[in-house]
Structure formats: structure tokens, C-alpha cells
Design a protein around this ligand. Structure first.
Ligand SMILES: C[S@@+](CC[C@H](N)C(=O)[O-])C[C@H]1O[C@@H](n2cnc3c(N)ncnc32)[C@H](O)[C@@H]1O
Length: 225
């Protein structure tokens, strides 16, 4: 392991805003984010596969009246976001080191108001379809966790992944699905608040346009489409 990774892993163990295995809140935080961590009753927004947390941090700066949780399996990446949040004294930010597959271990039904999926791995091979974050099995999880007025957002440079996501979401029965294949040139541009993730910067510089969608997730719970 590189020295840099070692330092970041150690920081994750010490820093209050990282929830990960082995730390007290990891096993008890489900249903208790507002009471035990944020100490307020503000809505909870998740960023799935947050990497270094640029979006989580960017949104947290703009919306102090909401709570933001960046989620990723890679500890060295979330350490970067955790450091930034501490540096800026952002009290409305937490990072959770966990797999998106396991979200139900950390959130109760209806505990979440909004989900952002930012530049997820596209898993372009047929064999990887089940791991796409907009695969039906993930949508079933999001449906349980998102409350009745909840919203899902997706940003990606990857057009085949985006087309797949549009189809799975439509088939799933989400409401008011709005999308663009070129975010910066569309009238939806204001909706991403000018915040760019690390992968977004990389792909924009390579000349890719950014696909974006949002939809309402107030689908009757318990229904299977
Ligand atoms: C392509 S990167 C994008 C990172 C960041 N959102 C950005 O736009 O710069 C995808 C991220 O998703 C994380 N990831 C992939 N599958 C995951 C899963 N099942 N659960 C949690 N994180 C996952 C990876 O560790 C990686 O940091």
C-alpha cells in the first residue's frame, strides 16, 4: 500500500465525518442519521459512488439546510472529501464507506430525500449489467429509501449507459423524467449548479458532452414493475 493511502486510511479511522466498518456509528446509524450524526431534522441527500466527494462538498456549501452523505467503497477517495469538509467546517457532510448494494443496512425506508449518481462505472459488458447503479435491483433499493417527494439525479459522460438508464427508469415507472444529452448547452444546466466532479472534468476536457436526467421517485412502495 502506498504511503498516501496509508495516511488516508488512518485519517478515515480518526475523522468524525467518516462512517466505516469498525467505527461505533457504522452498526447503529440506520434510521439515526439526523439524531446521531447531523443533530438536526434537515433532509438527507446521498451521492452514490462519490469518489473524492466534489459533488457532496459542492452541494453542501450551497445548501446548508440539507444534509449530504457521500458514499463510496474506496476509502482513499472519500478521505479526500472528508478532509475538505473538515477544512471548510462543513457540518452538513458525512462520508459512508460502503457498497451501494448494502444501502438498506444504513438507511431506513423513507429516510432519504434525494439521490445523486455521478459518473458511475458504466459496466459496458453484458456480464456487468447487474452492477450498473441504475439496474432494476438498485432501483428497488432506492425506491424503498427515497421518501414520497424524493428525486433521483444522474450525470454521466457515457451515452450507452445513459440510454440504458433512461430505459430502466422509464420501465420502472418513475414520474416526470426529464433528460438532456448535452447538459451545459441545455436549459437544465442550472440544475447542476455548475459543480463538476473529477470524472466530469476529465471527460469534459476530452470533448464528451454530459448527459443528465432527474426524475421523481414517488412510486407506490411495494409495487414491482
Ligand atoms: C467513475 S468513479 C466516479 C467518481 C465520482 N463520482 C466522480 O464523478 O468523479 C465511480 C466511483 O464509484 C465507486 N463505486 C463503484 N461501484 C460502487 C458500489 N457498488 N458501491 C459504492 N461505490 C462504488 C468507485 O469506487 C468510484 O469511486
Amino acid at each position: 500500500m502506498s504511503r498516501k493511502k496509508e495516511i488516508r486510511f488512518k485519517q478515515n479511522q480518526e475523522q468524525f465525518n467518516v462512517i466505516q466498518e469498525g467505527k461505533p456509528l457504522f452498526d447503529t446509524i440506520k434510521g439515526n442519521w439526523k439524531k446521531e450524526f447531523f443533530k438536526n431534522n434537515n433532509p438527507i441527500v446521498l451521492e452514490l459512488g462519490c469518489g473524492k466527494g466534489e459533488y457532496t462538498i459542492g452541494l453542501a456549501r450551497l445548501f446548508p439546510e440539507k444534509n449530504f452523505i457521500g458514499i463510496d467503497i474506496k476509502g482513499d477517495r472519500i478521505a479526500v472529501g472528508s478532509n475538505k469538509a473538515i477544512e471548510e467546517n462543513l457540518k452538513n457532510v458525512a462520508f459512508l464507506r460502503a457498497k451501494v448494494h448494502d444501502l438498506e443496512n444504513f438507511f431506513l425506508e423513507n429516510e432519504v430525500s434525494e439521490i445523486w449518481i455521478t459518473f458511475p462505472d458504466p459496466h459496458h459488458l453484458q456480464s456487468g449489467i447487474k452492477r450498473r447503479m441504475t439496474n432494476q435491483r438498485f432501483l428497488e433499493i432506492y425506491r424503498k429509501l427515497i421518501n414520497d417527494s424524493g428525486i433521483l439525479h444522474l450525470k454521466t459522460d457515457n451515452r450507452p449507459f445513459f440510454d440504458y438508464s433512461l430505459e430502466t427508469l422509464q420501465n420502472f415507472g418513475v414520474k416526470n423524467l426529464v433528460h438532456t444529452f448535452d447538459l451545459y448547452e441545455s436549459n437544465l444546466n442550472v440544475r447542476h449548479y455548475g459543480i463538476k466532479t473529477r470524472f466530469e472534468e476529465i471527460f469534459t476536457q476530452k470533448g464528451f458532452s454530459i448527459n443528465y436526467l432527474f426524475c421523481e421517485f414517488n412510486i407506490k412502495k411495494g409495487l414491482s414493475n
